[in-house]
Design a protein around this ligand. Structure first.
Ligand code: NDP
Length: 253
């Protein structure tokens, strides 16, 4: 287990008040990391921290909006002032909504790109500014099946997630020589708030089940092992990759 051991490491997981981010944070904590939970709503963050603390994990919270440049910089300045080094950054915060491009306002396009893609650059840059001088660090970005595949009604999301794949490679290309590994996880269709309406739609539910070799939606906790692998020494020579954890869907679509 030593290869996967995260004791002595601190992991910041953006968007970890619920959904996949919370499951990633819990997995990293179970592997020994101290975790910093992030989200926009401080009350929801405090609530999310409770079960992890009750399980004996070392948990901090940092409420900030990943699209707010000044807030991101201030959060990292606070980490510095408090002596908190971020060894692992998991860029997970994201939003999605469905609208045909013909009806899509430019402001909505920009909001989705900023939250899902530019924020990974923004938070990644602040983390790497500290990791580069230390000569080590792990960055995990969250892509999607739409990192590869276009889907109608989610154009900016698709563009953002395609961008995540190339941002991950760019991070690997620029920061690899400084001992940083940047990789991505591409989840399939998972049971989270983001998909509430789709799960409730019998036609969409049937489509997911028929097109996924696993014949079911994924559970958030099923992604934790991939994050632990990419956060740990077990992946030290893996850089710039995206691992699809999707019940096999991308292989057959
Ligand atoms: P949820 O909608 O369930 O949760 C989103 C999380 O992101 C919440 O913690 C939310 O915080 C946080 N968040 C949203 N906007 C911001 C922001 N501006 N600043 C900080 N935090 C923010 O999403 P999922 O768990 O389903 O998705 C997580 C990631 O995984 C996203 O990047 C998504 O694109 C990706 N993904 C999801 C898939 C799925 O099937 N669910 C499939 C493929 C990829 P708060 O609680 O404060 O609102």
């Amino acid at each position: 287990m030593t290869l996967f051991d995260l004791h002595g490491k601190t992991a910041l997981v953006t968007g970890s008040s619920r959904g996949l981010g919370f499951a990633f944070a819990r997995g990293l904590a179970e592997a020994g990391a101290r975790v910093v939970l992030n989200g926009v709503d401080p009350d929801r963050l405090a609530e999310a921290a409770n079960p992890l603390r009750a399980a004996g994990h070392d948990v901090l919270t940092a409420a900030f909006d990943v699209t707010d440049e000044a807030a991101v910089i201030a959060a990292f300045d606070r980490f510095d002032a408090d002596g908190i080094e971020i060894h692992i950054l998991l860029n997970n915060a994201g939003i999605q909504f469905r609208k045909p491009m013909l009806d899509l306002a430019t402001a909505d396009w920009q909001r989705v790109i900023d939250t899902n893609l530019t924020s990974a650059f923004r938070v990644g840059r602040e983390a790497a500014r500290r990791m580069v001088p230390r000569g080590s660090g792990k960055i995990i970005n969250i892509g999607s099946l739409t990192s590869e595949l276009a889907r109608a009604t989610v154009a900016p999301y698709t563009v953002a997630k395609g961008g995540i794949k190339m941002l991950t490679r760019a991070m690997a290309a620029e920061w690899g020589e400084h001992g940083i590994q940047a990789n991505a996880i591409g989840p399939g269709y998972m049971v989270t708030d983001m998909n509430e309406a789709l799960i409730a739609d019998p036609q969409f539910d049937a489509w997911v089940k028929s097109r996924t070799p696993a014949r079911r939606w994924g559970r958030p906790e099923e992604l934790a092992g991939t994050a632990i692998y990419l956060a740990s020494d077990a992946s030290n020579y893996v850089n710039g990759q995206i691992i699809y954890a999707d019940g096999g869907m991308i292989s057959v679509l």
